[in-house]
Design a protein around this ligand. Structure first.
Ligand SMILES: C[S@@+](CC[C@H](N)C(=O)[O-])C[C@H]1O[C@@H](n2cnc3c(N)ncnc32)[C@H](O)[C@@H]1O
Length: 300
């Protein structure tokens, strides 16, 4: 773990603590707890510093000892384990692509993802991080305070996926003639359907052959019984994160079908497939808020 103590609050009004920005802190807290589990699937030494630096999350757990009910806690246990598993699976995916020769990775909705700092990237790799300006500003404040050094060439880009972001990405140095590994982790759920379709179209048009895209979606809107499930209730009542209000309410597009129609090969997995593979992670349950989640891996 990093030797420096978590910083005092550096958040600014209207910063990462607002709206969907808060979900980045939720995932960071889950990664902080995961980091200290003896059987951690992923370790992120920076995560606890983000959590402690924001007023809204300063009292959230950052260690398993802060979660007395352990895996029985619907929020920091089961959902936390989900984020730990997701982090590991997508770490493996991105590193695998980089080691196979892809030299640019684009993290769409990067939030407080520290892969540029954590992972052992091959020499010459560039990681682009795209997110809202205030989320990136908060991230930079915390990482600068820790004197964190990226392990790849890192380019942060403040943009909104509902606006025109591809030109800004190219202006930042992105090269569409090179194969790219794209990641949209925990992003598409929050975007209007039209923005998800536009994002998938953009990724397709900016992707040289052998590029890959991994993303998370929920298939369809969840039934009422699931919307009442302990995960959503705990997030809303205990930490003030109303995920159901933040998820976009549009009927979801079928991006896997769209990519297939563009000629990509697409594999759709449930998180439970990876729980089996790794021997730990969330398992199915009744009224399951994770039942509709899919992790999609596409290759051009
Ligand atoms: C749940 S967080 C996930 C962050 C990161 N991918 C991770 O897994 O730790 C969702 C992120 O998407 C970003 N986001 C949501 N809608 C966005 C938009 N329209 N434009 C840019 N970023 C957006 C949020 O700011 C937030 O950082």
């Amino acid at each position: 773990m990093l030797g420096t103590a978590p910083q005092d609050s550096v958040v600014k009004d209207g910063g990462v603590e607002d709206g969907v920005g808060l979900t980045a802190l939720l995932v960071a807290a889950a990664r902080a707890v995961e980091t200290y589990r003896p059987d951690a699937l992923a370790r992120d030494a920076y995560a606890e510093h983000f959590v402690r630096a924001a007023r809204a999350s300063a009292g959230w757990p950052v260690h398993p000892r802060d979660v007395p009910d352990a895996d029985g806690d619907p929020l920091w246990g089961r959902l936390g384990r989900y984020f730990g598993l997701r982090t590991r699976v997508l770490d493996d995916f991105l590193l695998g692509r980089a080691r196979a020769g892809i030299r640019q990775t684009v993290l769409l909705g990067a939030g407080l993802d520290t892969r540029a700092y954590r992972l052992d990237w091959p020499a010459g790799h560039t990681v682009y991080e795209v997110d809202q300006p205030h989320v990136l500003a908060f991230k930079h404040d915390v990482l600068d305070g820790l004197r964190a050094v990226p392990r790849a060439h890192r380019v942060a880009l403040a943009a909104d996926f509902r606006d025109d972001w591809p030109d800004e990405l190219m202006a930042a140095g992105f090269d569409p003639s090179l194969p790219t590994a794209w990641l949209a982790e925990g992003l598409l759920l929050y975007l209007p359907a039209v923005a998800e379709r536009a994002l998938v179209d953009t990724v397709h048009w900016l992707s040289a052959p052998t590029s890959t895209l991994a993303y998370e979606v929920k298939i369809g809107l969840e039934p009422e019984a699931v919307r009442d499930s302990p995960v959503y209730t705990a997030a809303r009542e205990r930490i003030g994160v109303d995920l159901l209000a933040l998820f976009d309410g549009d009927p979801r597009p079928d991006s896997a079908a769209d990519l297939t129609a563009y000629g990509w090969s697409v594999t759709v997995r449930t998180p439970f497939d990876f729980t089996r593979r790794h021997g730990r992670g969330p398992r199915r349950e009744r009224r399951d808020a994770l039942a509709a989640n899919r992790w999609v891996f596409a290759a051009r």
